[in-house]
Design a binder for this molecule. Structure first.
Ligand code: SF4
Length: 489
């Protein structure tokens, strides 16, 4: 009987309640019968509650950061009515599914749920020490590019002599990270990881403990020689390559390096061939940033990938992650024409990729995914006044070759002005990462943000900061039991 009711609800679309194009009346009808079943309410009352529940699912499926009090005021409910509604929401599991199927659903399922399930967000909100959920290793001593948008200080690098000791520190951290989450670590920068000649050994060390590591690289040094000299690199879970253009001129304009595009392309073709020969499971993908007004280039990106795939038709490129660069806009807003152009570009891109590079996983992130689905996404713009002095080391930290533990992902560059303020402490032979985080959480009063500090946060840091601010707002407003609307546990 229970099965029949659930099937009826699903057919009528409760789990689709946050889809922008859904037949809302059908959702409310289906929800109304669920409400009657769960509460025993009569038709009239059930209809009213169903309409409110559908509204909640649609709202949080598209606008995940809204404080509860703001939603309560918008719905015009008193506190008791709203608490009742939130309880009811929790008793109909399909509604949680609906939120995850909404335009911002990936934010809930990929970011919030795992962090919540691990207790990392609560640890940050309640200022309790916890081993970081995510540990970024920044092993690169230098970088061969000078990208015009990069915050790295020209000429600043880690001394070559610091690399062996740095690698020992990073190996000790690898030994310290609990093995229950194979994706707990990744390698990035800061500077370019492949400029570290010991990278393969570090990867192998981590793989030996069961970690599925992704390295973020510009792939300039991903040559056949590098792969032969550092066989440990084949034990990576994935290589994520940042692309800086689709031809030599674009690459040179962005990176300042002549001939870089041809070399990166050759490296990637060689890598795909070698991977196929070895039948290695390692995944390969791209990180692609759409520059303002350049959404039309996404189909050229697909053509480029299709050309690379000719080197290994049986094992093509695995994934592409696309983000938009909003950094030049004060409020992160797009004009109507820009939004339409971007949306059309995204729709064309997804269709074209399905045709030319079938099977390739496309991750648009929740903002672009929302836009593609016709919803104006809420863009995160964390400001110094909304940054959290205590940051979130229980959620994520990044460690460079000196063992310095950075609180934000874009702060780990040598000599970057103001960035040393965001070092929580240093891992040494006598101080573990766990101790550095514990000391920071229990004893440090935090970092007072200054104008410009917001650029130390990447998209993940911004999402986490927005979520933590939301949780704190809800607690302060007396909604502790319901904080954050949906939680992962
Ligand atoms: S963005 Fe990356 S590849 Fe470009 S200069 Fe900065 S560290 Fe190097």
């Amino acid at each position: 009987m229970n099965t029949t009711r659930t099937a009826t609800a699903q057919e009528a679309g409760v789990a689709d309640a946050a889809r922008p194009d859904v037949d809302r009346r059908a959702v409310v009808r289906a929800l109304s019968s669920e409400v009657s079943r769960v509460t025993g309410a009569g038709d009239g009352d059930a209809d009213v509650q169903a309409a409110r529940l559908a509204d909640l699912a649609a709202h949080y499926g598209a606008h995940p950061f809204t404080p509860l009090e703001q939603t309560r005021a918008r719905l015009g409910l008193d506190r008791a009515e709203f608490a009742h509604l939130l309880d009811l929401f929790g008793r109909i599991p399909d509604l949680g599914t609906a939120v995850e199927h909404g335009p911002a659903g990936k934010y809930w399922s990929n970011t919030i749920k795992p962090l919540d399930a691990a207790g990392a967000l609560d640890a940050a909100v309640y200022r309790k020490p916890a081993f970081p959920y995510s540990v970024g290793l920044y092993p690169g001593p230098t970088c061969m590019f000078r990208c015009h948008f990069c915050v790295r200080v020209t000429g600043a690098r880690y001394e070559a002599a610091s690399v062996p000791a740095g690698n020992e520190t990073l190996a000790a951290i690898i030994d310290e990270v609990p093995t229950d989450n194979p994706k707990a670590m990744y390698m990035s920068g800061g500077l370019e990881p492949l400029t570290n000649p010991g990278l393969g050994e570090l990867v192998s060390h981590a793989a030996g403990r069961g970690f599925d590591l992704t390295v973020y690289t510009n792939a300039f040094a991903l040559t056949e020689q590098t792969l032969n000299r550092q066989p440990g690199l084949w034990e990576l879970g994935a290589i994520r390559t940042s692309l800086y253009g689709l031809n030599n001129d674009e690459y040179e304009t962005t990176t300042g390096k002549r001939g870089a595009f041809e070399r990166v392309k050759k490296n990637l073709q060689g890598f795909l061939r070698m991977r196929a020969e070895r039948d290695a499971p390692i995944r390969l993908g791209f990180n692609h940033i759409i520059l303002p007004g350049r959404a039309d280039r996404l189909t050229d990106l697909v053509d480029f990938i299709a050309e690379l795939n000719e080197s290994s038709p049986q094992r093509p490129l695995d994934f592409v992650t696309v983000r938009e660069d909003y950094s030049g806009r004060d409020d992160g807003r797009l004009s109507d024409s820009e939004r339409n152009e971007l949306r059309e570009g995204l729709v064309r891109f997804v269709d074209y990729a399905a045709e030319r590079t079938p099977g390739m996983h496309i991750d648009l992130g929740y903002a672009l995914e929302s836009l593609r689905r016709g919803v104006d996404a809420e863009l995160l713009r964390i400001r110094p006044e909304t940054m959290r002095p205590t940051a979130h080391p229980q959620v994520a930290v990044q460690i460079d070759l000196l063992g310095d533990v950075y609180l934000y992902r874009e702060a780990g560059f040598p000599e970057l002005e103001g960035a040393t303020r965001y070092i929580a402490g240093r891992v040494t032979p006598s101080t573990s990462l766990r101790e550095v985080v514990e000391n920071f959480v229990l004893e440090n009063e935090g970092v007072q943000p200054r104008p410009g500090d917001e650029y130390f946060l990447d998209g993940f840091d911004q999402s986490v900061t927005a979520r933590l601010n939301q949780l704190e707002r809800d607690i302060a407003d007396g909604w502790e039991d319901h904080r954050g609307f949906l939680r992962g546990r």
